[in-house]
Design a protein around this ligand. Structure first.
Ligand code: NI
Length: 159
């Protein structure tokens, strides 16, 4: 298990557009393992590679139903709307209200380099949107309705 340091908002890596992954090699697989370890250790439900300082289009998500690895994710379809609380491991202790699609379909590669599609609703749809935004240098605070608020009572969740 290898934990990587999570970059905090203000870090320039969080503002960059990430590069597509050309081939999934041992190097990417090691990064993915480390990202999952780091996400679970921080009690998050998602983590994007730029959050650990790597500008590659890779995200990991686990909303409690097992790990999902998305390499070069491309959102194919969205529908509906949900408004709810959202946080980010790169902004610990805070959250805000964000409106997202309630359904998302995404195409990506998995850790074996195989193309596949993932469909999600509710929290999974929110997590996919949030993490894919990170790959384009976008933090959720851009979309927050009203003010950010403190959520110091419970472990921070990245959505
Ligand atoms: Ni985040």
């Amino acid at each position: 298990m290898a934990l990587r340091q999570i970059r905090i908002m203000g870090d320039e890596k969080l503002e960059k557009v990430c590069r597509p992954v050309k081939a999934v090699t041992a190097r990417e697989r090691e990064l993915i393992e480390d990202m999952l370890d780091t996400m679970y250790d921080a009690n998050g439900v998602g983590l994007a590679a730029p959050q650990v300082g790597i500008l590659k289009r890779i995200v990991v998500i686990d909303i409690g139903e097992g790990p999902i690895v998305l390499i070069n994710p491309e959102i194919l379809e969205t529908s509906g709307e949900q408004t709810g609380q959202e946080g980010c491991l790169s902004l610990p202790g805070q959250a805000g209200v964000v409106t997202r699609p309630n359904y998302v379909k995404v195409r990506a590669m998995n850790e074996n380099g195989e193309e596949y599609e993932v469909e999600g609703t509710e929290l999974l749809a929110r997590a996919i949107c949030h993490e894919c935004d990170h790959l384009d240098g976008i933090m959720y605070v851009r979309y927050v309705e009203g003010e950010l608020f403190d959520v110091t009572e419970e472990p921070e969740e990245e959505e």
